[in-house]
Design a protein around this ligand. Structure first.
Ligand code: DC
Length: 669
């Protein structure tokens, strides 16, 4: 997952390959709650692992449910409608489904059985309405107090004493602000185990009906078949009980699929469609209808039961006018597709956007305009016209996962401009690996994927600097010295003569070397520490002087040049391996400073050392690296020289990031 302050997406071009979708958020959270409330144990396969499901799992634990993880399978031991914990403080982050559903269920259970629970979330959750749900629950005898602002979380449910509930009269709930209120009530009342029918009547036109369809479908899987009369009146049969289905499989998330369906429509060639696996015609999610909307805009689609293949059909895309009430989340993706369409795209009946993770109508309008689009917004609609001239934009994401994901598609612009996404980690709400998945199926012109090189002599601190810069930008990191060190280590271990250039080059070609997070493996063995040994470094300096060895290691080093970018450190990164790099740093420090740093490093590891001999050794190594015939150590002509003798690591990192920022097209926000 990208945890950087921002992520720069280089201009993207082609899409091809296969995406496996993460589990559906809507299904995951409903199944979790139903499994927690029902009698029996439920195995849930392919559960979504994200912020929203994590808070729901925490809530279930707080209720006393058993929760066991095994990969992306979770086993829930349900409470069978009887509270095992009576008092708890439950934090539900910014998860609307969790907050509304847990509130409904716990308000009934706590009031009937004498519990007392606090419900709270992040500040934005405390601005998202819940009054209609509370107003529906109070007449039943539920004890609910607002502990912040009336109409919004945080809430206190129950007062510790049991109360008689009256469920005999029809229960009325508004359906025109959020369908999650009705979902919450349906789930909670099916768990109430009443011996008479329970009727729920919807006041106002029910929005987002497909989400209610998911709720009804899953309730049926847990043994309760609710009668649905024209989406206005729902009847739970007398004597209904939630019973575990034993095992349940979560299908892929159809809203998450929308980004890849759009990507295929914008950038996949006709003969090589983008394949999205995990949802298809067999899906119970309403956002499946997004596929039809994408087709109307020009996408070429083939729909299987559990997959969809998409490529460019009409190009540019065609503007559409669409009532998006049934696909409020995926409709945001249509607004971004409109950037690639001729004409005015008009998305209507989307008032619910205003009470989601952020005011999505205002947010989409503001960010689309930054890209150059002409946008009109109304209380419940948005109109988008493609930019006459694209602009490089810094996209604010408002802690809203969907804004981050849909705006990533703007990087496919034909003006070859990058797009900066602020706070990219907000995708963790529903799709923690979104950007990695995207980078797995898109291409970019090689010179569009940025490279920063950091070259310099031994112990100049270039490794520390380069890896810190890579981390701050979310880029890949190449420690090219480790590649030579690994060759040296392989030579030591195999007893290869250090003057046998042919054999050394062969070793280098066949190196079984893997770089993982914080770990380097050679022939399956963790050699991270061993590679840092002085004798390995000294031998690396010798073997690296052989042209055949250098040539053999070239392809491996080039393979690090991948989306979204690379920071590479070594001796010849800016001169030989990546001569076209976008920013080249030549890092030095005085020999005395470097000897002292190396000395402290060794001492801290409990290795005894002598500072004078260390200095002599590194001067010798400098001389060898600088005078060898191939790729000698020297600054590239266009390198920025940075002497960090008197700098802290942070100051050096800031200097490089400032230099980098000056080369980017983004204005400060
Ligand atoms: O940066 P380092 O100390 O880990 O590098 C070990 C040796 O590898 C160094 O003395 C020279 C060689 N090297 C090289 O020739 N070219 C590079 N790009 C990186 C390292």
């Amino acid at each position: 997952m990208f945890t950087t302050r921002f992520l720069d997406l280089p201009p993207l071009q082609r899409a091809a390959g296969t995406v496996r979708l993460p589990g559906s958020k809507s299904i995951s959270n409903r199944v979790l709650l139903l499994a927690g409330l029902c009698a029996g144990s439920t195995r849930i396969d392919a559960l979504l692992a994200s912020d929203d499901t994590r808070v729901m799992l925490d809530a279930l634990r707080a209720l006393g449910c058993g929760v066991e993880h095994d990969g992306d399978t979770v086993r829930i031991d349900g409470i069978g409608g009887v509270l095992r914990a009576r008092d708890s403080d439950i934090f539900l982050g910014n998860s609307g489904t969790s907050t509304r559903s847990v509130t409904a269920a716990l308000a009934l259970l706590a009031s009937a059985q004498g519990g007392r629970f606090a419900i709270r979330g992040v500040p934005r959750m405390h601005e998202r309405p819940i009054g209609d749900l509370v107003d529906a629950l109070r007449p039943l005898g539920c004890v609910i107090d607002y502990t912040g602002v009336a109409g919004f979380p945080p809430l206190r449910l129950g007062d510790g004493a049991p109360h008689a509930l009256s469920l005999a009269e029809p229960i009325r709930v508004r359906g025109d602000v959020s369908s999650q209120f009705l979902t919450g009530l349906l789930q909670a009342l099916c768990a109430a185990s009443a011996d008479h029918e329970i009727v729920i009547e919807v006041v106002g036109e029910l929005i987002s009906k497909p989400y209610i369809a998911i709720t009804l479908n899953l309730l049926a899987r847990f043994g309760v078949v609710v009668r649905n009369e024209r989406w206005a009146r729902f009847t739970i049969p007398a004597g209904s009980r939630l019973v575990s289905p034993g095992a349940i499989q979560v299908e892929g998330d159809a809203s998450s699929a929308s980004y890849f369906v759009a990507l295929g429509a914008i950038a996949a060639e006709h003969g090589a469609p983008l394949r999205v696996e995990g949802m298809g015609s067999g899906s119970i999610q309403g956002d499946l209808a997004f596929v039809g909307a994408a087709q109307a805009m020009g996408a070429n689609v083939l729909l299987g039961e559990h997959w969809v293949e998409v490529s460019r059909g009409s190009w540019p895309l065609k503007a559409i006018t669409l009532d998006c009430n049934h696909i409020p989340d995926a409709a945001m993706t249509l607004a971004v597709m409109a950037l690639f369409a001729t004409g005015t795209t008009r998305l209507t009946n989307i008032a619910s956007w205003r009470v989601k993770e952020t005011d999505r109508i205002a947010a989409m309008a503001a960010e689309l305009r930054k890209l150059g689009a002409v946008v009109t917004e109304g209380a419940d609609f948005i109109e988008v016209n493609a930019p006459a001239a694209w602009r490089a934009a810094t996209i604010r994401t408002y802690d809203d996962h969907r804004i981050a994901m849909c705006f990533s598609l703007a990087a496919l612009n034909d003006a070859a401009l990058p797009v900066r996404i602020l706070d990219p980690q907000c995708v963790a709400k529903t799709f923690p690996d979104y950007f990695e998945t995207l980078f797995g199926v898109v291409g970019a012109r090689p010179n569009a994927v940025p490279i920063i090189t950091v070259d310099g002599p031994t112990a100049s601190g270039k490794g520390t600097l380069a890896s810190a810069v890579a981390q701050r930008l979310g880029y890949h990191f190449l420690d090219s010295g480790a590649v030579y060190r690994a060759t040296a280590l392989a030579a030591m271990r195999s007893g290869t003569r250090t003057d046998d250039e042919q054999r050394l080059a062969q070793l280098a070609t066949n190196l079984d070397l893997h770089f993982g997070p914080g770990e380097i493996r050679l022939s399956g063995q963790d050699v991270t520490e061993t590679l840092r040994l002085e004798e390995v470094g000294a031998l690396a300096s010798k073997v690296s002087a052989f042209p055949l060895v250098r040539a053999a290691l070239r392809t491996l080093q080039l393979s690090f040049h991948r989306l979204p970018g690379l920071v590479a450190d070594g001796r010849d990164m800016g001169t030989v391996i990546f001569p076209g790099a976008d920013l080249k740093i030549y890092l030095t420090a005085s020999a005395a400073t470097r000897a002292e740093r190396r000395y402290k490093q060794l001492i801290s590891k409990g290795i005894s050392a002598n500072i004078d001999s260390l200095r002599a050794e590194l001067e010798l190594r400098d001389a060898r690296d600088q005078t060898r015939a191939v790729s000698p150590l020297r600054p590239a002509a266009d390198a920025m020289l940075l002497d960090n003798s008197a700098f802290s690591v942070d100051a050096s990192v800031d200097a490089v990031l400032t230099a980098w920022e000056q080369r980017r097209p983004f204005k400060a926000t």
